[in-house]
Ligand binder design. Structure first.
Ligand code: MG
Length: 279
């Protein structure tokens, strides 16, 4: 199945399917969350594409889910990252919420306000929920996953370390680049064994594989669904591998003029410029 994307084209925004360099607007006026919630419907729509696609270069890709009904982060979920942070592996997933107002898309600018000097990057695999569910069995979990996207869990470390909770430091406006699209589960399965990399400008900073995930996709979905009904379009960002800025010696942070690019095998690339407010 092709990728599922939201895009702007000639003053209108729409959603549809991306196949190679072609964008096929979804037909029939079905809202995207409704299609994501029904795997049969999504597959049917993807198999009966219009014959007159738009060129991918002519559209502006938008965050695939602009306002996730639930946007959940998982912390310390890569063995190699827990090690570099000097922290023990958690016995159950450490989860927290992001504000939806922080979501931006491919190519949008990450904006650094004047009151933080320690804005860091985190390459993450994002799970996008399709069919809603509560008390989902691990064996059934992938039936509730519509697909996967890339999330940059941008974090103001000075704020994160000075506050008891992490949500605010990771939820500044523009701190959650997401995209470039959703790659369906029937393409990626449980998303294990995918190469995940992040560059700041041309310098490779993170390079790992989703095999390093402590809690894997079915377990994360199952665990979270024990306490909350997972809704269509909910996004769960699964944690970052080693190579973040604050764990480097000396520590490194994002600066005005940088560009952060994340690539996950089978999904694609998410790239965002960085602008710092003048102090
Ligand atoms: Mg993170």
């Amino acid at each position: 199945m092709p990728h599922v994307a939201r895009f702007a084209h000639e003053d209108t925004s729409d959603w549809g399917f991306v196949d190679g360099d072609s964008v096929y607007p979804a037909r029939g006026g079905t809202p995207m969350p409704e299609a994501l919630a029904d795997p049969g419907l999504l597959a049917e729509m993807a198999s009966s594409l219009e014959t007159d696609p738009i060129d991918l270069g002519a559209v502006r890709l938008l965050a695939p889910i602009a306002q996730p009904p639930q946007f959940i982060g998982v912390g310390l979920n890569y063995r190699d990252h827990a090690e570099e942070a000097g922290l023990d592996l958690p016995e159950s997933p450490v989860t927290f919420g992001f504000l939806c107002s922080s979501v931006v898309g491919e190519g949008d600018t990450i904006e650094i306000p004047t009151f933080t000097n320690e804005v860091d990057w985190e390459a993450e695999l994002g799970i996008v929920i399709g069919k809603p569910g509560r008390d989902i069995d691990e064996k059934d979990a992938l039936n509730h996953v519509a697909g996967y996207t890339i999330v940059n869990d941008v974090s103001a470390r000075d704020i994160q370390m000075s506050e008891g909770q992490w949500g605010r430091s990771k939820s500044f406006d523009s701190f959650k680049p997401m995209g470039p699209w959703i790659t369906p589960t029937d393409v990626l399965g449980d998303a294990s064994g995918l190469a995940i990399s992040l560059w700041v400008n041309d310098e490779l900073k993170q390079s790992s594989t989703t095999s390093e995930l402590v809690f894997k996709v079915p377990e994360i979905v199952s665990r979270l669904s024990q306490s909350a009904t997972l809704l269509p379009g909910a996004v769960i960002s699964t944690g970052t591998p080693h190579g973040v800025g604050f764990s480097r010696n000396p520590p490194e942070f994002l600066a005005n003029g940088d560009t952060v690019t994340i690539e996950i095998e089978g999904i694609g690339r998410l790239s965002n410029p960085v602008a710092a407010q003048a102090s």
